[in-house]
Write a protein that binds this ligand. Sequence first.
Ligand code: GN1
Ligand code: MG
Length: 362
Amino acid sequence: MLETLRQVCLAFRIADDLVSYDELKAGNINRTYKVNTVKPDGSLKSYIIQKVNTYVFKHPDWVMENIDHVTEHIRAKKREKIALHFHHTSEGKTYMIDDNGFWRLFNYIESDTFNVTTDPDVIRNAGEAFGEFQMQLADFDASELFVTIPDFHDTRKRYEKLEADVLADPCGMVAEVKEEVDWLLSVKDCACQLTDLFRAGEIPLRVTHNDTKINNVLFDKKDKSALVVIDLDTVMPGLVGSDFGDAIRFAANFVEEDSPEAEKAGINLEVFEAFADGFLKCTAKSLTAKEIETLPLSCFVLAAELSTRFLDDYILGSPYFKTNYPEHNLVRTRCQIALAKDMLAKMDIMEQIVKECVKKYA
Ligand code: GN1
Ligand code: MG
């Protein structure tokens, strides 16, 4: 691997000697490596190299063009902000393709990241960062963006795919997951409400991040302020509820996304409140009343939608999400379902919290 990464560095015109690397395991799609080089004066400098998953991203060059566009747009507004800086090859490209795959390289930003935290300041800062991100893109012309994964948060299409794959049952796994399939189908219409409202023209399309896990925000090591929103691979036209809901289903769960202790999964309302407060501080004035109304429900929607995705992947033999063991996607499904159930039970309180935040900021 070291030699492969060394070749990638060279392609991106980094001449300093690569001495070591670590694989960073947070993402479920791309492979991410922190590589450490030594400069001629003896000092160390690190970069991030990613191998983009081309099973998931069929047009990784489109992904890179989108990122370029969006980053430029944000940088023009906030010159002083830290940004991911992608390095170029000698041909002026932000990616390179070799026999091993599709590679990109960017600067390493010294920072903290969190998979699980209940620190209300960190959570509020994450809410602000994602809310601000969306507001910065409010005047971005969505037609300039490639759709890198079609129907990414179209919950009805996600369900249709699950139902088709349950029928086909290519790996003979469906009998084992009957309970999960049945429960997901029993909440289908509720889970598809965001998609239905969009199709009915009741909520607008915006430019959204679409993958708002809290570990996609880098935080200052000292004061825990948000430095930058990363992982712009799925920036596409989308719904505000998808960003809000996805962030909550990840950050506000009592346990990690792939915890085998599904019975402990559920929504931490203090985390919910802190994130909602930060997010609405930045967005309450700009969102429509209908969009705001969808926010609490969108958390359930995103948890149910991701349950269908994990389960579908499990049924197909896990070609999409990275897994560490054969049952990994089933474990993720069960944990997400338990979270979704708890959200339904607490929907009234979530609605109340959003109302209070809106009163404060709108
Ligand atoms: C994937 O790669 P990562 O971890 O940022 C997935 C998201 C899921 C998430 C679940 C392109 O995100 O949609 O919500 O896993 N990204 C893609 O952990 O499918
Ligand atoms: Mg991602």
